[in-house]
Ligand binder design. Structure first.
Ligand code: LRH
Length: 498
């Protein structure tokens, strides 16, 4: 049987990579082609993605993948959610895309709900309230720079923007559109009432494509520049959608944690779950590959660790993640806890300082070394996972017996073991590159080489068997930590109404 050569472009908030996938029958093998940092940049007061720099690295990866494989059947692009670029009628990019952690959305919620009541926003979209959402960003843009919106003819999320520059075809897929909080998963189209309520131009929101749609060939210019040809394929452009597509689950329903800069914890549903309790608990109904609903919650994730590492590095102490995890493993357990999702952690000037202030405010001992700090972060994340899984069971009525953990965060063995211990459930980890794998295999789906999502997941299971972490027996200290953690959440809840 012939081999299918596919290229996944997978951009996370911290780094990007291109990965060459070779699919032979039911066996997928991966070869990393290039990997690069994704470093945002302040242009004046605002924080932007370096879009041209990212495209340059992607093109390097494409050229080199083509040379290695001799031919490429497809290219798919997945990225983080919510961010976008605007194009003029002639297809010019109107400004560099702004980073979702930029301050333009600070304090926007009351103005948002002044235009459309919160319950109505949730009813139409089923998406959790977060200032990073496209809805909030577009509202901020319309308040601050209406002239940009006036010039705009179309809106493309980051995957759509990149595939547009490669293929000349303007398209957003449903998975990435659903992260915007402007998409209605029940009617499976844009939430036009909400769009109207926010006074956003309706014409920006063009029809969507399904993940697994061939968009077209590379533009003649790109083909000539790179000396190659390939089909550009819309996949689950939202990285989390691609990751969830590649969960090697056999059980149904199942729980997953997609673990990178963010931790996305949830399950897969056939229909959206939108009710008052889901709203109160701020759960999200994002769209998955094959019309599934990714019912999940965003937890701030390893971002906490990434930013602490930056703080230490600025002070001349450079650690890699493996060193930090080793130090954490040796630190005293259950000493200090935080609510990872406290709003002050979204983008503080200095994360170590922000955590110090949080623990002082809550009357706990300050983590006095990098090891103690990382321990505090990893334990608090594991506790948050435990809490979210409990709320998932409450909302869906299902009982889960095992947690699939995928993504780069699974390289952190301490976090995987803590998650197993604190939830009391086996944790099945891998694949690390779930996002790229979901991207690659959805291309194969589009090309008619895979029958459906079940067949896709079987290929993942066969090609990348998971590693299992068994939970340790419950101990009184971790049980006490759970109680302390619940008190913290309650305190936070009443402080932020979040
Ligand atoms: C993870 C992710 C997450 C989004 C966030 C903006 O990379 O896509 O699912 O909510 O980035």
């Amino acid at each position: 049987e012939e081999t299918l050569n596919l290229l996944a472009v997978d951009l996370g908030a911290e780094s990007g990579r291109t990965i060459l996938g070779r699919l032979e029958g039911e066996n997928l093998t991966l070869e990393e082609v290039n990997r690069f940092l994704n470093e945002p940049v302040y242009l004046g007061r605002h924080l932007y993605w370096d879009l041209p720099g990212l495209l340059r690295e992607i093109k390097k990866g494409m050229r080199s993948a083509y040379q290695r494989a001799g031919s490429l059947n497809g290219i798919g692009v997945d990225t983080w959610g919510v961010d976008f670029g605007l194009l003029s009628a002639s297809g010019e990019l109107l400004g560099n895309p702004v980073h979702y952690r930029d301050s333009r959305t600070d304090g926007i919620m009351p103005r948002f709900f002044g235009k459309v009541p919160q319950a109505e926003v949730y009813r139409q979209t089923g998406i959790q309230m977060m200032p990073i959402n496209t809805s909030c960003q577009l509202l901020a843009l319309s308040e601050g720079h209406p002239e940009l919106l006036e010039c705009a003819a179309s809106l493309l999320f980051i995957p759509g923007l990149l595939t547009y520059f490669l293929s000349g075809v303007k398209a957003n897929d449903t998975t990435i559109a659903s992260t915007s909080q402007l998409y209605n998963p029940v009617v499976q189209d844009w939430a036009f009432d909400l769009i109207k309520g926010l006074s956003l131009p309706r014409s920006l929101f063009a029809p969507l494509v399904q993940p697994g749609t061939v968009l077209g060939e590379l533009t003649p210019d790109t083909a000539a520049e790179l000396g190659m040809s390939a089909k550009v394929i819309a996949i689950g452009g939202h990285d989390t959608a691609s990751a969830v597509a590649a969960i090697p689950a056999t059980e149904d329903p199942f729980v997953y944690i997609s673990c990178g800069t963010w931790s996305l914890i949830g399950t897969e549903l056939r229909e959206p779950l939108i009710n008052a309790r889901a709203q109160a608990l701020n759960f999200t109904n994002e769209v998955g590959v094959d019309h599934r609903i990714r019912f999940l919650k965003n937890v701030i994730g390893l971002w906490l660790l990434q930013r602490c590492r930056q703080s230490w590095s600025k002070q001349g102490q450079d650690y890699d993640y493996a060193q930090l995890t080793q130090l954490a493993a040796a630190a005293e357990p259950w000493r200090t806890l935080i609510d990872p999702d406290a709003p002050e952690f979204l983008n503080p000037r200095d994360m170590v300082e922000a955590i110090r202030q949080f623990v002082e405010k809550t009357g706990q001992p300050v983590p006095d070394s990098p090891g103690a700090m990382v321990r505090c972060i990893l334990e608090s994340l594991a506790l948050k996972y435990w809490w979210v899984v409990g709320r998932l069971e409450e909302l869906t009525g299902a009982r889960y017996h095992g947690i699939h953990m995928v993504g780069g965060g699974t390289k952190n063995e301490l976090l995987c073991q803590l998650t197993a211990d604190i939830t009391g459930q086996p944790v099945l980890t891998g694949p690390i590159e779930a996002t790229a794998i979901g991207n690659l295999l959805t291309q194969a789906l589009a090309l008619g080489k895979i029958a459906d999502l079940e067949a896709l997941r079987r290929i993942v299971r066969v090609s990348f068997p998971p590693r299992v972490y068994q939970p340790a027996a419950p101990d009184p200290n971790s049980n006490a930590a759970k109680q302390r953690f619940l008190q913290l959440l309650e305190r936070e809840n009443s402080a932020t109404m979040n």
